[in-house]
Write a protein that binds this ligand. Structure first.
Ligand code: DGJ
Length: 711
């Protein structure tokens, strides 16, 4: 870090883990990013000044040109998506709208928040007194090279100011020529799509009222043909569970120093955020990650960032049995007790009772909101089941969907005004509950608090099963308020029950983002437990999240969601690379199947210290029908890999496959693990290294020549 002393004109240089961020923030200009990418080394004040002077571009078709600020608008002759859009409505008699294009100028030198060899942060304040606005820009680089940005805008005027958009945009260099993002639907989340970075806007805007099955997780721009292991890439993630956007944008003029911009923020509806005098709107955290060694480099930084957060679970991730696909709504005490007995016998550590336990919930058309145990199904409450589960030494979890209500519920009948949008089309027979209404909020918090307290619950599976297209609170678009209230609900509940763990589920994997994960402890990746589908869903989920946060369960041989059949070893090895569990009526399993499950659970317990702390690696294989991924310990001494063949090849043998992430200077003992069974296709033609006793090979052979894979 090179300190910029007050009053000097030296750009600030933040450095961490091989990343440099050079920010020029000389009053009255807003901060401009001169460099975000590979570490530039220790730069003196003179070289930073020279860098800035050499950086003044001449790419705009106007007389006075400069690099874009982090909040580009037409004020900088930026023709693209503006960093700030807002308005202060004019008088009712039709007079002019005041200050439609604010001229925000920084009011003082950069404030250095933290400094050190492992990153640091800065804050810049700016105002436009005539427009009645004050802006704060925060940029910080964490020890892993993850850049966190937050903007806030304050209404310093004397009448309301409507914020329509506040987004942060960073420059992309000319080498960024391809875009990768993700899309998807229920049971097929996080499907990658690629496109060239051409002139125009590549915008992934979400107005679903939740993060979405089609959420991109990361929007990435990079060099030609970048992959998991190669290429220079820059990614952005907006940590927000409501409406949001990610974008990459390029114009003929370029973006000043560079050719394009990347960024994002919250998507606000007109009239959704109107600041009274003195009020402030803060953007969600927007994270930017650079990597010089492909997407695995981005994930490595992000996983370390996520693991360093206070909310990140520190205890061994317990093997879960979730009852949904085992019993659905058939809540029968004896059946569930038997399921728990079998679960305990094979080594399960946490038992989660899914949907169907509360009043009127005999199917998915009624009952949401009535958060009392159904007396007709559970005359003694959940105690007989909870006591039994605890007696077996298992933790107890329960499913809830606190942000929702069925019109067919006592709650909706008693409080029709608590519905988020009365009269809006139903989805899964349900509506949002207006959590920004203090009474509705208080009711739900108290019910959750009572349930967690009465049953000493270890865990909640917190679901959210519909898009919220037209949320209205107090006559205004209400999604922002709803998202803030949902976060507060989680925070308040955790404050009352600090040991509670919460899973973010949303019709499978429709709420995965670092906003919800600032107050939850794992995500449900998808409602599909089809191992073939799961291979690619999990691979892409690891772009953002480390495996220990990604719920990953073994389902029955014939997947409920796709009808595809897969053998047990393949299902087991697929579910191993996550926070593993079971989503299957194992009370109906054969003795052989239970024996395999018990061995697989022992393997999970043996490997989880490595799987849940190491670096995720994914190979870029030429063969489109195969996937290879692994987790390598931070010191490079041990690793576990999974190789999945999802489709046949047209070659008789797939050839040798390099194992990424290993240290070429070491030797490794390679050992196949058949704990969960030996795949049948390993016939006589299996390569010798697949023998149980394994083989010792130099790291160079494994990383450069590779291992022959079975055909
Ligand atoms: C959707 C979830 O994704 C499922 O796992 C299950 O919990 C159901 N909801 C219950 O209604």
């Amino acid at each position: 870090m090179t300190d910029a002393m007050p009053g000097t004109a030296v750009p600030v240089h933040l450095r961490a883990a091989g990343v440099s961020l050079v920010v020029d923030a000389v009053p009255p200009g807003l901060p401009r990013v001169l460099h975000w990418g590979r570490d530039l080394g220790d730069l003196t004040a003179e070289s930073l000044v020279a860098f800035r002077d050499a950086s003044t571009p001449a790419s705009f078709s106007v007389d006075h040109t400069q690099a874009l600020s982090v909040l580009p608008t037409g004020r900088e002759c930026w023709p693209g998506t503006p960093g700030l859009v807002g308005q202060r409505p004019g008088p009712a008699d039709g007079g002019s709208c005041r200050a439609p294009f604010p001229d925000l100028r920084s009011t003082g030198p950069v404030e250095l928040l933290t400094t050190g060899p492992d990153g640091g942060g800065l804050r810049v304040s700016a105002t436009d007194p005539e427009a009645g606005l004050a802006l704060t820009v925060e940029l910080s680089l964490d020890p892993f090279g993850v850049l966190r940005t937050v903007l806030s805008i304050t209404n310093t005027g004397d009448d309301p100011y409507e914020v329509d958009a506040l987004r942060v945009l960073l420059p992309l260099p000319p080498s960024a020529v391809e875009v990768l993002d993700l899309t998807g639907v229920w049971c097929h989340e996080r499907s990658p799509q690629r496109s060239p970075l051409v002139h125009g806007t590549h915008l992934r805007a979400n107005r679903r009222g939740r993060t979405g099955h089609d959420a991109t997780l990361l929007l990435t721009a990079g060099s030609t043909g970048f992959g998991f292991r190669t290429g220079e890439v820059r990614s952005v993630h907006v940590a927000w569970s409501g409406n949001h956007e990610h974008l990459v944008e390029r114009f003929p003029e370029g973006a000043g120093l560079d050719t394009a911009v990347i960024g994002g923020g919250e998507v606000l509806a007109p009239g959704e955020v109107v600041l009274a005098p003195g009020e402030t709107y803060r953007t969600p955290e927007v994270f930017f990650v650079w990597s010089g060694d492909g997407l695995d480099g981005v994930s490595r930084r992000l996983h370390r960032h996520v693991r360093a957060r206070a909310v990140h679970p520190r205890s061994a991730r317990p093997l879960v049995l979730n009852t949904w696909e085992a019993v659905y709504f058939d809540h029968d005490l004896e059946r569930l007790r038997t399921l728990a007995d079998v679960a305990a016998a094979v080594g399960v550590e946490r038992f989660v009772l899914d949907d169907g336990w509360f009043r009127h919930r005999r199917d998915d058309s009624a009952g949401l909101g009535d958060w009392y145990v159904d007396e007709t199904v559970w005359p003694e409450g959940l105690h007989p089941l909870v006591d039994h589960v605890r007696g077996l030494g298992l933790q107890m979890g329960l499913w809830v969907e606190p942000e929702m209500v069925n019109p067919d519920s006592d709650l909706a009948r008693a409080h029709p005004d608590w519905l988020l949008t009365p009269g809006a089309p139903l989805a899964r027979s349900q509506q949002g509950l207006d959590l920004a209404n203090p009474e509705a909020y208080g009711y739900v918090l108290d019910r959750l608090d009572a349930l967690v307290g009465e049953y000493s619950l270890d865990y909640l599976k917190w679901d959210h099963n519909r898009d919220l297209h037209v949320p209205v609170h107090a006559g205004r678009p209400g999604l922002h308020a709803q998202t803030v209230a949902a976060y507060r609900l989680l925070d308040d509940l955790l404050a009352r029950h600090p040991a509670l763990e919460i899973e973010s589920c949303s019709s499978g994997g429709a709420r995965i983002d670092l906003g919800i994960l600032a107050r939850t402890h794992r995500i449900w990746a998808s409602d599909t437990n089809d191992a073939v589908e799961r291979q690619s869903i999990q691979r892409m989920t690891w772009l953002l999240l480390p495996p220990e946060l990604v719920g990953s369960h073994i389902g029955p041989a014939r997947a409920h969601t796709t009808g595809r059949t897969a053998d047990l070893p393949f299902r087991a090895v697929t579910a191993l690379f996550g926070h593993a569990g079971i989503e299957w009526d194992i009370a109906g399993c054969t003795e052989d199947e239970l024996a395999v499950l018990a061995c697989w659970i022992r393997l999970y317990k043996e490997l989880r210290p490595l799987l849940h702390t190491g670096d995720v690696v994914r190979a870029d294989l030429a063969d489109p029908g195969a996937l290879l991924h692994g987790v390598v310990s931070a010191d490079g001494t041990e690793a576990v890999f999974g190789y999945a063949r999802l489709a046949p090849t047209t070659d008789s043998y797939p050839g040798r496959v390099r194992l990424p992430g290993l240290d070429p200077a070491r030797s490794y003992r390679i050992r196949p693990r058949y704990d969960a069974g030996r795949p049948e296709l390993f016939g006589r033609a299996a390569p010798p290294w697949l023998r149980e006793e394994g083989v010792v090979l130099p790291g160079t052979v494994l990383t450069e020549a590779g291992l022959p894979m079975p055909g």
